[in-house]
Write a protein of this length. Sequence first.
Length: 104
Amino acid sequence: MQAKGIQLVIAGSFSQTYLRNAYNNGFICIECPALVDAVTEQLNDKIDAGLLTVIPGDEIEIDYTTSKATYRGQEYGFPALGSVPQSLVVAGGIENLVRKKLGG
């Protein structure tokens, strides 16, 4: 996903295995069930019709300092990333973090 330019994944929930692997690869995951429910409701007709639900130019603003996502003027809260996931994401993954700590 990162190779395709996807910066993060927002979902209603993630398995712990998925989260661990994502953070170890320096990838951001945000659990925000209210946002997922709102988007699903807004796009339900397209989903039911089997149409694409990617809307070019549609944006979600993520504010990590307040742990809020804004989509179409509505704000949705999400849990803040813990210190370990933050350090992994900032380092670009566990391999980079270990390499830096070993001085390489």
